[in-house]
Design a protein around this ligand. Structure first.
Ligand code: 13P
Ligand code: SF4
Length: 304
């Protein structure tokens, strides 16, 4: 890794009064260089609270949009303009309007992995870190539409026993993780616990020992008495897990679980972002105000 490159980033960051946020799936060197790493919930909290004038978001578009909605007065930069989330694009505003028309009395909960327009049409937003708590708070007599992730939605249905109308979206990266991969990994590491993300398919969720957001996985690995873990989520998180727990062992359920969009960001692109103040992410009105309402409700639910 180029020390000169890192120094240039640090110098420009100070000059621009910028903060660098990175998701747990980012390449290791981006996680190491960032001011804050975290899951979608943790990063949203950081984006809402920071005093910096500029937020460089090392993640994907919906995360930068979320930061721009929560802090409209700040400049939010996404270092790679084509870093999107295929799941977020699996439902658009028109499709959600049509679904709402079919269920006119339903409350709409959207996963934060969604476009700003979809957030604007939703009553509540959630992340994998607070989805369960948030749905449990909703009035029992109301129907719930959950978009776009059928897997996170299915996880909530399994945990709460509460039926919801699920949109058939999914994360391509997590669907590459199969029960066969878990079986092979368990044979190789019989003492390991399997931690899976709720974005995994139901057959993987059913055989996992724990279903956790990336932030919850990091917390659990640190405090648990267990020393070995099979990790069923995007591989990038292994970097932080291993760094924070040098005496424990972490094995990816499969080496295939890589989100190509998360890996589009590099140190060079972070430097160019700060040099040229690109690529600026903004959310137009009235979408921004409407989406902020559902995000503010999400930020009221921070699990202990
Ligand atoms: P969390 O880090 O919030 O668990 O989200 C996972 C994810 O897929 C982000 O794109
Ligand atoms: Fe989207 Fe999945 Fe990549 Fe997360 S890991 S950004 S949900 S494609």
């Amino acid at each position: 890794m180029s020390v000169a490159l890192l120094e240039k980033i640090q110098t420009l960051k100070k000059q621009r009064n910028a903060v660098i946020l990175a998701h747990n799936y980012q390449p290791g060197q981006i996680q190491d260089m960032a001011d804050f790493t975290g899951d979608s919930l943790g990063l949203s909290v950081q984006a809402a609270q920071t005093d910096a004038e500029v937020i460089v978001f090392c993640g994907v578009l919906f995360m930068a949009e979320t930061a721009a909605i929560l802090s409209p007065e700040k400049t939010v930069l996404l270092p790679e303009k084509n870093a999107g989330c295929p799941m977020a694009d699996m439902i658009n505003a028109q499709q959600l309007r049509e679904l709402k028309a079919q269920h006119p009395d339903a409350l709409v909960v959207c996963y934060v992995n969604s476009t700003a327009e979809v957030k604007a049409l939703s009553d509540y937003c959630c992340t994998s870190g607070n989805a369960l708590e948030l749905v449990q708070m909703l009035p029992q007599d109301r129907e719930i539409i959950f978009v776009p992730d059928k897997n996170l939605g299915g996880f909530i249905v399994e945990q709460t026993g509460r039926e919801m109308v699920l949109w058939p979206g999914y994360c391509p990266t997590h669907t590459w993780i199969l029960p066969e991969h878990i079986a092979v990994a368990r044979k190789e590491h019989p003492d390991a616990q399997v931690l899976a993300h709720p974005e995994c398919n139901s057959d993987v969720r059913a055989i996992a020992d724990g279903l956790l957001s990336t932030g919850q996985m990091l917390k659990y690995a640190k405090t648990s008495g267990v020393n070995e873990f099979i990790i069923a989520t995007e591989k990038g998180i292994i970097h932080s897990l291993q760094k924070q727990n040098p005496d424990k062992r972490f094995y990816p359920a499969t080496g295939k679980a890589i989100c190509s969009n998360m890996k589009k960001i590099s140190l060079e692109k972070v430097l160019w972002a700060l040099e040229d103040m690109q690529y600026r992410v903004t959310v137009p009105e009235p979408i921004c105000t409407d989406a902020k309402r559902s995000l503010d409700r999400m930020l009221e639910v921070i699990p202990k």
